[in-house]
Every structure is written in C-alpha cells, then in structure tokens.
Design a protein around this ligand. Structure first.
Ligand code: ARG
Length: 461
C-alpha cells in the first residue's frame, strides 16, 4: 500500500515499524478538532484564491460528512495511515476523489497537529473550570450550614486551636479558586493559533491567517512559525495546573479519610462513595477518596513526562512530540473524573457535629485563650505563655482539662483570674471572637462566604 508521503521512498516500511510509529490508537481523540481545522483551512484557501470554488465545495461537503460520521462514531481508522490527520485525509479522498488532495496545500501536519492540540486543550481547560465550579458550589453550600460547627484545628497534626468547620472547608474553596485562575490565565497562551506555520518556515502561498483564526475562534496567532510548531508549553501548563488541582484534592481526601476513621469520627462518607471488604463484614472503606489521592501520582507523572520529553528537543518539530498527547489526554480525563467524584462525595457527606463538638471539649486547644486572657489582664504574653504551659502540665498530671479547674485553684495559681475566664475558655467563644480579617470568627467566616459567593459570578469571562 502506498503511503500518502510515499513519493520519495523505494521501499515500504516494515509492518511493525508502521505499528510502532502510529499514533492513531490515541490521537483519534483529536478527530473533531482536526475536521474543524480542515474546514477552516479549506475556506481560507478558497477565499485567498489558492483553490477553486468547486474544489472547496467538494472538500467542504466531504469534511461535513466526515464530521457527521465522526459524531455518530461511524469512522474507522487504520494503523496503516499512521495518525488521525492522514487517516482523515485518506477517508476524505476516498470519498470525494482527487480534490481531497488539495486540502493539504500550504499546510503541514506539524501546524495541523499543533492546531488540533490547541483546540483540544482550550476546550478541556474550560470544562475543567466548570468542574471546579461545581465542587466550589458544593463546598459553599456545606460551609453555609456549618459556620458555627466547631472542629479542632491542627498544626503538625496536633490539636492547635478550635476553628469553624466552614472556615476549614473554605480553605479548599480558595485553593480551587486559585486553580481556576491559573487555568483562566493559561488560556491566554493556549488560545493562540499555530496554523499557517507550515512545516516550520511558513509558506510561499499567499495565505491569510486571520481567516482561519476567526473561523476557529482563536484569540491570537503565533508570531513565529518555528515557535508555532514546536511549542508545547500550553500542554505542559495544562498538566501543571492539573497537578496543582490534584495536589489540593489529594490533601482534602487525606483529611476526609482521617475524619471518617473510627478515631476521628467527624464525618461519614455516603455509601455511594465507599466500598466494603471481601473478608471483613464491618468495613466501610473510603475508596474513592483514596483513589483520588492515589491518582495524583499519575498526573504529576504526566507533567514530568512532558517536561522531560521537551527538554532536549532542537527546533522545530520532532517525532518525539507525538508522545505529548497521551499524558495530556490521561491528565484531562483523570482530573475531570476526580473533580466530579469529589463533588458527588461532598454533596452527600454526613457531618457528625456531635463528635466534632465533643472533640473540641476534650483537648487543650483553648490554652491560647487562657494565655490571651492573662495577657489582657496585664501579664506580658511571654510570661502568660509560660504560666499556662505549667497549668497544662498540671492538668495532664491530674487527668483533667482547663475548663475543669475550679476558680479557687485558678486564683491560687494567679490571683488576677475571675469567673469570666470560663466563658473565655469555651471553644465556641474561642472561635466566635477571632474576627480578625480572614480569621475563623463566625462573623469573619460569614463575610468570607459572601466574598466567595460573589467571586463565583465573576470568575469566567
Ligand atoms: N502524529 C504526529 C504527532 O502527533 C503528527 C505530526 C507528524 N508530523 C510529521 N512530520 N511526522 O506529532
């Protein structure tokens, strides 16, 4: 069988070489973008007088029919034609005859594949942003309900100070918001068109790149043909942004896993997002959360694959770059899947307010309150800190908590202490009062929810 590029060859490649070099098994995902790109290119060729009207009409008719068949999943591809570009060109030519061969005038597969990939990454970036918003909405709803639910806040995974549960959830809202901003920003560099760069050096045909740019909905064009065909920064950025999202989801999942353990018991993940054990009948495992945490590995791996792939490549296109697609496809699928699962899990999560409340009453996370109380009575904070440290040690030895020490005992320890101390030491007061900007106080958290809500409406242009 003769290759579409076979003119210069006197010998056919070995069959297994064809197999090794082919990308059709995965780049068929780019089919719809490739057809769109070809429709725009053909229109431009006609409008610039490079191909005649009848050829254009013929090509257009053939491409629209391929588009229809592609949507219905009716196209079948062959490894003999290497990749999606040559497969579609072959199908087109079989369908409309020699006019099909005019489509590739003033175009190379190098600017063609780069264009397809840009269209793909742009479309998927917008979809990932939508997925993030769904999760943000779910977190906001939950935060709304739990402003006054208190949980222990940790540093070093040791009880530190009590915080509003909504505050904790909102921390993830803001991480996701930055993720969305990063994606939005990356669009500036993704939404530019390589088409018209030819193989590497441009073309002698009098093309008009503004026509294809407008047809394809790109906001700009690469100003340099060498850069246009050899740039994969946008794909790397997509994987980098996805890695950041996965790192955030993974941290969140780690907390969900901990919180749903018997030891914490703060939450219960819905049955729909957990699984049982084949041996231990009592088990309810947070599999989905674990899997999201685990899948962060493959996404980080894809980022490293792409960086490594590109780092030694001379300009311009090199066949190595065919290896750029699978990591991105896998990343996009994984990150969208994880965001959806996470949203479903959060929508159905059961919050064990009682357990959380019990936890904050059985620890020393109000020790800072006691030190602050003494500082407000005029004792230098450093001294107050030392005193409270001794009091905590005393409690540990006695087997009680700060709220269980009698007023008489407190007065012996420090005469400045009065009865209002007990109110100051209650976890609710401790949280309620921390209304510094961005703090965990109930009013501050309500303000935070308001700004989070207004952020949701201006996030996309
Ligand atoms: N299948 C190729 C890829 O994905 C398309 C570009 C091939 N260009 C070439 N000159 N071999 O990178």
């Amino acid at each position: 069988m003769k290759k579409l590029w076979g003119g210069r060859f006197s010998k056919q490649p070995e069959e297994w070489v064809d197999e090794f070099g082919a990308s059709i098994s995965f780049d068929q995902q780019l089919a719809s973008h490739d057809i769109k790109g070809s429709l725009a290119h053909a229109k431009m060729l006609f409008q610039c007088g490079i191909i005649e009207e009848s050829a254009y009409e013929n090509i257009k008719k053939g491409l629209l029919s391929l588009q229809q068949q592609e949507q219905e999943g009716e196209l079948s591809y062959s490894v003999k034609y290497e990749d999606i570009h040559l497969n579609l060109e072959k199908l087109l030519t079989d369908n409309i005859g020699p006019d099909g061969g005019k489509l590739h005038t003033a175009r190379s597969r190098n600017d063609q594949v780069a264009t397809d990939f840009h269209l793909y990454v742009k479309e998927e970036t917008l979809l990932i942003m939508d997925h993030i918003e769904e999760l943000q909405k779910s977190l906001l709803n939950l935060a709304d309900e739990h402003v006054e639910t208190i949980i222990p806040g940790y540093t070093h995974l040791q009880r530190a100070q009590p915080v509003s549960f909504a505050h904790h959830l909102l921390a993830y809202f803001w991480m996701l918001d930055r993720d969305k901003e990063r994606l939005q920003d990356s669009l500036k560099r993704t939404d530019i068109m390589p088409l018209g760069a030819g193989a590497l050096a441009g073309t002698t045909f009098d093309i008009n790149r503004n026509i294809t740019m407008t047809e394809l909905g790109f906001s700009g064009k690469y100003p340099n043909s060498l850069d246009a065909v050899s740039d994969r920064d946008f794909a790397i950025e997509c994987c980098s942004n996805a890695s950041m999202i996965m790192m955030h989801l993974s941290r969140f999942c780690e907390e969900l896993i901990l919180w749903s353990s018997e030891e914490f018991g703060f939450i219960e993940i819905s049955d729909s997002f957990t699984t049982g054990s084949s041996m231990m009948p009592q088990k309810k495992n947070p599999d989905m959360a674990e899997l999201i945490r685990g899948k962060s590995g493959r996404v980080f791996g894809s980022l490293v694959s792409l960086l490594t792939l590109m780092k030694g490549l001379p300009l311009a296109y090199n066949k190595d770059m065919q290896e750029d697609k699978e990591p991105v496809f896998d990343t996009v699928k994984t990150v969208k899947g994880c965001l959806s699962i996470m949203t479903g899990m959060m929508n159905e999560i059961k919050i064990n307010v009682e357990k959380m409340n019990k936890a904050v009453h059985q620890d020393f996370s109000n020790a800072t309150e006691l030190a602050d109380y003494l500082a407000k009575k005029g004792i230098p904070f450093r001294e107050a800190h030392e005193l409270v440290g001794q009091m905590v040690l005393h409690c540990i030895q006695k087997g009680c908590y700060l709220l269980e020490i009698s007023i008489e005992e407190y007065k012996e320890w420090c005469p400045l202490v009065e009865k209002d101390l007990y109110d100051a030491l209650s976890p609710k007061t401790a949280v309620e009062r921390r209304n510094s900007e961005g703090g965990t106080g109930f009013d501050a958290v309500r303000q935070q929810i308001d700004s989070a809500k207004s952020k949701m409406y201006i996030s996309k242009n």
